[in-house]
Design a protein around this ligand. Structure first.
Ligand SMILES: Nc1ncnc2c1ncn2[C@@H]1O[C@H](COP(=O)(O)OP(=O)(O)OP(=O)(O)O)[C@@H](O)[C@H]1O
Length: 366
């Protein structure tokens, strides 16, 4: 799929940007703090309905304004689509072909983008919450069931926690909420398990091209109970786990077990990436994970997502830059932000290139 038109109205430092986009590679060049990331953020926002930089949508509204909208025309293998997201102080509204979309899960996946940005480098060393967010964001692009079930599980978890804080806890009601939470947890665990397995296979294929030294990348899924394909056994394990933690949860007035506590530990040759890998290796693993995501999306929806490279291209050495651009099929539309247009010389790029210059929230071709 590719983005053919983009409009940003009162979004960040853009008043009313309206651009038409070809396929191939788009280089967004400009000095610091001019609005390059803002454009990439807006494109990703269309894919995930969330910013990768802030949890607060109001931060995205242009200073002094009360609302913003992002409008886009998408071209897919067999059709064109129009998407819009509008945000004001009352909340967010999603539109597809000008019709309102009430469920986020109906909107996510209509347009897919994969981003690689400097903050991704924190993935390995940051808290488990960051890795869960990575898995949740990426997996949401692939599975509406995941989006819906995760939403249900998070609601049930909130409900359980709210209930645990009450003065008199009705244990029967607590058991009912726990049972429902276990059912949602099972679906989330299954999806997380399969996603990580497939992503790692794709990631390893690309990593081999980057470093042909036999390095093995693995990810350990630290789930709340050992994962099994046997549904009844998984249910039994979770039931036992929740029963064991019940007294502690009642005393602490919070749920101590569940998908909100899980972690995903990345390893390189059996050692933790966080403490063992060099910065260059971490960058290569991340790049391979992102490329892996591109191929996973293509496997599932038979269309490539858009790739967004924010401030990371310059961090890759020449071999990795070439490997990345030469290994991706021409159908993949790529947006790259840079402060130095020179770094694209000598790359021998096969895809058509469009160069944009960005200054103070104005984006112009050439
Ligand atoms: N809500 C907002 N309203 C107006 N301007 C904003 C808003 N949010 C951010 N900005 C401005 O956007 C600019 C930052 O843009 P952006 O992050 O896209 O920079 P960039 O060109 O990617 O820079 P760098 O090369 O340093 O990463 C800053 O000047 C910032 O003040």
């Amino acid at each position: 799929m590719r983005l053919t038109k983009l409009r940003l109205h009162d979004y960040r430092n853009y008043e009313d940007l309206q651009i038409t986009l070809k396929n191939g590679i788009h280089i967004l060049s400009g000095k610091n703090a001019q609005g390059k990331t803002n454009v990439l953020e807006a494109i990703l926002y269309l894919s995930t309905t969330r910013s990768h930089r802030t949890a607060c949508d109001e931060d995205l509204i242009k200073e002094g304004k009360e609302a913003f909208f992002i409008k886009a025309e998408i071209e897919k293998t067999n059709r064109k689509e129009e998407l819009q997201i509008s945000v004001n102080e009352r909340g967010k509204n999603l539109f597809m072909y000008k019709n309102p979309v009430s469920k986020v899960s109906d909107f996510i996946g209509e347009f897919n983008a994969v981003m690689f940005c400097p903050d991704d480098m924190m993935l390995f060393n940051a808290s488990p919450r960051v890795r869960r967010r990575f898995v949740d964001m990426e997996l949401s692009k692939l599975s509406k069931t995941y989006v819906n079930t995760l939403f249900v599980a998070q609601k049930l978890l909130k409900e359980r926690n709210r209930y645990l804080k009450q003065e008199h806890v009705n244990k029967e009601y607590l058991d009912i909420v726990t049972m429902q939470l276990i059912e949602a947890t099972m679906v989330v665990m299954k999806q997380r398990h399969h996603f990580l397995k497939q992503l790692l296979t794709k990631c390893a294929q690309f990593y081999k091209r980057l470093s042909n030294d036999g390095t093995q990348i693995e990810v350990i899924y630290e789930s709340c109970v050992p994962y099994t394909e046997d549904e009844q056994l998984l249910r039994d394990r979770l039931t036992e786990k929740y029963e064991k933690s019940r007294e502690r949860d009642l005393a602490m007035r919070v749920t101590s077990v569940g998908i909100h506590k899980e972690d995903f530990i990345f390893q390189i040759n059996g050692r933790e990436v966080a403490t063992y890998a060099s910065q260059g290796q971490k960058r290569s693993i991340l790049l391979a994970l992102k490329v892996g995501m591109i191929y996973m999306i293509e496997d599932i929806i038979h269309d490539y997502p858009v790739l967004l490279l924010d401030d990371v291209f310059s961090e890759l050495d020449m071999d990795r830059r070439k490997e990345l651009l030469h290994s991706l099929p021409n159908e993949v539309q790529i947006f790259i932000s840079t402060t130095d247009i020179e770094e694209f010389k000598h790359l021998d790029i096969h895809q058509p290139i469009t160069i944009w210059s960005i200054a103070s929230g104005v984006m112009k071709q050439g």
